[in-house]
Design a protein around this ligand. Structure first.
Ligand SMILES: *[C@@H]1O[C@H](CO)[C@@H](O)[C@H](O)[C@H]1NC(C)=O
Ligand SMILES: *[C@@H]1O[C@H](CO)[C@@H](O)[C@H](O)[C@H]1NC(C)=O
Ligand SMILES: *[C@@H]1O[C@H](CO)[C@@H](O)[C@H](O)[C@H]1NC(C)=O
Ligand SMILES: *[C@@H]1O[C@H](CO)[C@@H](O)[C@H](O)[C@H]1NC(C)=O
Ligand SMILES: *[C@@H]1O[C@H](CO)[C@@H](O)[C@H](O)[C@H]1NC(C)=O
Ligand SMILES: *[C@@H]1O[C@H](CO)[C@@H](O)[C@H](O)[C@H]1NC(C)=O
Ligand SMILES: *[C@@H]1O[C@H](CO)[C@@H](O)[C@H](O)[C@H]1NC(C)=O
Ligand SMILES: *[C@@H]1O[C@H](CO)[C@@H](O)[C@H](O)[C@H]1NC(C)=O
Length: 899
């Protein structure tokens, strides 16, 4: 019987590997890839269709295509080779043959074949976490390279245009345009005749200006006019007329387009790529209601550096070579760090960062002198894929690992508007708000009562400490210390035994939820560290005692009767459980409140559940049809062994890369087919950095003395000196060794910034990215014995004496609406009176019936089986590692070699 079972396991494992790399010529790429994604309203995607080369026979789409309706963004690309025209983007001409799509964190690369030449089309979306000017520039590149495949030179001309569809979801909006021919660049500027600020029509903004630009050169031609006219001109002559269509009209009136062509002559290959730049600029970007009740119009950050958008664009266009170099370095560092975990993980990180940065607007206000105030940076996040909520706290919490890893200062600029608002007279709830309003890009605040008190308050305290301990910047703590303490006090009163009115981020309301409770407890522990940072010894004692006492009680209530896994809620049947993703915060903050054995038990338990779910274990035993990519990565980061970590990331990879999942890395999806439930293109995809963020070392939090009102250079050491934790001590040792280097780096960065900006400097106390990654290898996999006494995976497995949960829980998956209480934007905020708490009532998520554990008789045979699986996985892993020497970029096709 045993051999038979092993065979079954072997076959299913092989199936898993094979299904990652479909045989033959079929390549694997995600259903949709980013082509110009820089901000919530500049978010253009290409559906790759069936994996047969359909990507060059469709129009790109605004992210909202997921919701149905016309979301086409007119953008055409043509190449003429020996007088024959081929299409590399859009529709209407002979399509080039798509041969491959490659992804890196900043690029989407289409490899194509057009007659006697190969084309490489690179869509580059810079990610520059330590340069907010660059990061806030809502511009994107597309480049074309040509290589002859027959060894002969060919006459080549290249062409690209955009339409007015980028400007409004209302396709009959009147637009106007102009073309400016300069010495360095040529650009088209297109705008709405009647822009409406801060509004959306079909998810698109109605107040932006669109730019299409190219470097000036002898063989560059341009034209504006109907799509058929401009493309026809290029098709027949290989160049454009340098002529402007003066008939301003609705954007769908013969679809005026804004085109550039470049003639390359007779070539075997391009010496330098042909590069077009696209931009979509909204200024003001954000309408912000200040805590004192003033309406502030906030500008994109890059304008602190440039006197005009045109200046910024000119630099962007002409600096392509250096931008490309920086992007390569970013790609290299991140891909290397990710590949150290797994190639699937690298695949996920080749998409997640562009999405997570694409949901943000980094803004500044006007100073009193009429100049932009570069020290008043506020970053706003749109709840993309769900609603128009501003800085949705639970999504911010999901995304946080990415900001921490890439530049913790981002975290500050996202948290500060939330803290400021709730520290004002406009906000009186004893718990934290869910967001800053419901109508992005207008930020009006949100003081409605709601049912996620523990959830959101816990999120805020955890994020505030996470930011401070990684950036070293304690200013937010000192500025809002009273508010933070009040929140911790709220948690002390509410978190140990959450009532049924307390909802989780997943809109579940369960009394005594173990996962929700532990978030609140960890947040109280975080408060102790915040108190330590400001030198408030009494509060430090109070909160750390409270957290320790609570966690003991929690531990005694939360486990199953055999003490082998966490229940869904205290005292419930042993068949209940949940993805205890909130444990991640304990690891992230290095608090070590939760007993290390809990992680081991959960690791073994998840593994038992995961084997029956290709796309990852479900949210919990009540909702077996639903799971969540962000929480899976959080859970994966807390795994006590690499096997589970890999199982979970592979499950998410399957969902992202493999399927018609019906969305853009949707955060919430069904477990059966991996299909979207909600959260398409959500910035919550920053959660994919959860494993990497655990490798960042913390620093001493320094609190500005003048803000404390006391003579406090008392940056009381961070907890690493206080709490006894083997794991953190390792961090401390390594941290000590590189601490000096780090400090030097910070100093150098600070000097550089100070030199570059004559203005008052803002806080840019980020984690130097490269530094983070160089540390990674050592920190990512701390000696296993530190976090798990039994480092041998067999030892861990031998612990499983509990019957695994019945994997085929027959319970109905919940409907999308029952889980997505607040999600559909139309439903909720239409009639939001200030006191309309009805709009925020808990979902009537009945506790429902539960299956009782119909466990197998475990014991030796299960153990042996698991050992087999373990060995097999190890072999597979080694195989993969052998064949996939860390690639400089994540090449999807490389998967083929495994099969
Ligand atoms: C392309 O067309 C031009 C003029 O129409 C002609 O002179 C040239 O020979 C053609 N090139 C090829 C490769 O057919
Ligand atoms: C695409 O490939 C097919 C089959 O090899 C070939 O017949 C066709 O000409 C190619 N199309 C282009 C645009 O090169
Ligand atoms: C053209 O692309 C094909 C893959 O489709 C590749 O095998 C070939 O080497 C490429 N040729 C050149 C000259 O780049
Ligand atoms: C492009 O031009 C060729 C002739 O040079 C013509 O046959 C073809 O129909 C044109 N294509 C389009 C889409 O206009
Ligand atoms: C376009 O190409 C034609 C020949 O194909 C040439 O006569 C004309 O001068 C070119 N126009 C521009 C603006 O380059
Ligand atoms: C411009 O076009 C001419 C003729 O088509 C060609 O010889 C030359 O190399 C081109 N110059 C550039 C910079 O592409
Ligand atoms: C909620 O905010 C509004 C302004 O946005 C304010 O008028 C109202 O007083 C606030 N309510 C509470 C309870 O603070
Ligand atoms: C906590 O509960 C105590 C006792 O019920 C009450 O006095 C106190 O105001 C509560 N504090 C908060 C912040 O809710």
């Amino acid at each position: 019987m045993l051999p038979l079972l092993c065979q079954v396991v072997l076959l299913s494992l092989l199936g898993l590997v094979l299904s990652q790399s479909p045989s033959g010529s079929h390549l694997v790429w995600p259903e949709v890839v980013p082509v110009a994604v820089r901000s919530p309203y500049f978010s253009c995607w290409m559906l790759t269709g069936t994996q047969d080369g359909a990507a060059s026979t469709q129009w790109p789409q605004f992210w909202s295509y997921v919701n149905g309706g016309d979301a086409i963004l007119g953008w055409a690309g043509l190449v003429r080779v020996d007088n024959a025209t081929y299409q590399w983007l859009g529709l209407g001409f002979t399509p080039a043959n798509l041969t491959d799509i490659k992804l890196t964190p900043t690029r989407t690369i289409f490899e194509m074949q057009a007659g006697p030449v190969n084309l490489t089309i690179t869509y580059m979306m810079p990610i520059e976490p330590s340069d907010w000017v660059q990061q806030s520039l809502p511009f994107s590149y597309v480049s074309l390279e040509v290589a002859s495949t027959d060894g002969l030179p060919h006459d080549v001309e290249a062409y690209a245009d955009i339409s007015g569809e980028w400007l409004s979801g209302n396709r009959s909006s009147e637009i106007q345009w102009t073309t400016v021919v300069g010495n360095d660049i040529v650009y088209h500027e297109v705008s709405l005749a009647s822009p409406v600020p801060f509004q959306e029509i079909d998810h698109q903004a109605n107040d932006g200006v669109m730019y299409h630009a190219i470097s000036q050169g002898p063989n560059v031609t341009w034209q504006t006019g109907a799509g058929a006219v401009c493309r026809g001109q290029f098709n027949s002559t290989g160049n454009l007329t340098n002529g402007m269509d003066m008939d301003f009209r609705p954007l769908d009136g013969d679809f005026p387009v804004f085109a550039f062509a470049v003639s390359l002559g007779s070539i075997k290959s391009t010496a330098v790529p042909v590069v077009w730049s696209l931009g979509y600029v909204r200024n003001p970007a954000i309408q912000y209601l200040t805590p004192s009740g003033d309406t502030q119009l906030r500008s994109p950050f890059f304008l602190t550096q440039y006197s005009s958008v045109v200046d910024a664009m000119t630099t962007f266009v002409t600096n392509y070579p250096t931008a490309s170099q920086r992007a390569s370095e970013f790609d290299q560092s991140l891909t290397q760090a990710a590949t150290n975990i797994s190639s699937q993980y690298a695949g996920i990180l080749s998409l997640a960062p562009r999405i997570a940065f694409g949901g943000l607007d980094i803004t500044v206000s006007d100073g009193t002198d009429g100049q932009l105030n570069a020290s008043d940076v506020k970053t706003f996040m749109k709840d993309m894929g769900n609603s128009r909520r501003v800085n949705p706290v639970e999504v911010l919490y999901q995304a946080f690992p990415m900001y921490l890893y890439l530049n913790a200062s981002f975290a500050r600029s996202l948290l500060s508007p939330l803290l400021e608002y709730q520290d004002s007279a406009s906000y009186r709830n004893p718990y934290a708000a869910m967001d800053l309003g419901f109508n992005y890009s207008a930020v009006a605040g949100d003081n409605l009562t709601h049912n996620q008190g523990i959830e959101q308050t816990g999120n805020m305290l955890i994020m505030t400490l996470a930011h401070a301990r990684i950036s070293g910047d304690g200013s937010l703590i000192s500025e809002h210390y009273g508010l933070l303490k009040a929140w911790a006090d709220y948690l002390i009163n509410n978190t140990l035994t959450p009532t049924i009115n307390q909802q989780s981020a997943d809109h579940e309301a369960i009394a005594n939820s173990t996962n929700l409770s532990v978030k609140g407890i960890i947040a109280i522990g975080a408060m102790a560290e915040l108190s330590r940072a400001v030198g408030d010894a009494d509060s430090l004692k109070l909160y750390s005692r409270q957290a320790s006492a609570f966690i003991k009680t929690w531990q005694s209530l939360a486990l199953s009767s055999d003490q082998q896994h966490l229940l869904l809620d205290y005292g419930d049947s042993d068949a209940t459980w949940s993805l205890a993703y909130n444990l991640y915060a304990d690891r992230l903050l290095g608090l070590n409140l939760v007993d290390p054995s809990t992680y081991q038990k959960q690791t073994a338990f998840y593994q038992s559940v995961a084997t029956s779910h290709e796309f990852g274990p479900p949210l919990d035993s009540n909702h077996t049809g639903v799971t969540n990519a962000a929480w899976l990565l959080f859970a994966s980061a807390t795994a006590s062994n690499e096997t589970l970590a890999e199982t979970l990331t592979t499950a998410v990879w399957e969902h992202v890369f493999h399927l018609a999942n019906g969305g853009i890395l949707p955060i919430s999806y069904n477990t059966a087919q991996g299909q979207i439930l909600s959260g398409s293109a959500s910035p919550g995809n920053g959660a994919m950095f959860a494993p990497l963020a655990l490798g960042i070392h913390n620093t001493t939090i320094s609190v500005p003395a003048q803000l404390l009102g006391t003579n406090s250079s008392t940056s009381v050491g961070t907890h690493e000196s206080g709490t006894i934790s083997k794991r953190v001590n390792v961090g401390a040792i390594i941290g000590g060794a590189i601490g000096g280097i780090y400090a030097l780096g910070l100093l150098a960065t600070a000097l550089l910034i100070w030199q570059r900006k004559s203005r008052q400097s803002w806080h840019l106390v980020g984690v130097p990215f490269k530094h983070g990654t160089s540390l990674l290898r050592s920190l990512l996999h701390p000696p296993q014995s530190l976090s798990e006494p039994q480092s041998d995976s067999k030892g861990t497995i031998a612990e499983i004496s509990a019957p695994p949960l019945d994997p085929l829980d027959p319970q109905e998956p919940p409907s999308r609406s029952s889980l997505a209480g607040r999600n559909p934007e139309s439903v909720h905020f239409a009639s939001s009176e200030p006191t309309a708490s009805s709009s925020r009532s808990p979902s009537n998520d009945s506790h429902g019936s539960r299956t009782s554990g119909s466990g197998l008789d475990s014991s030796t045979y299960v153990r042996e089986l698991r050992d087999e699986v373990e060995n097999l996985r190890r072999v597979m892993q080694e195989l993969q590692i052998d064949r996939l020497a860390p690639p400089p970029e994540y090449v999807l096709a490389a998967q083929d070699s495994v099969a």
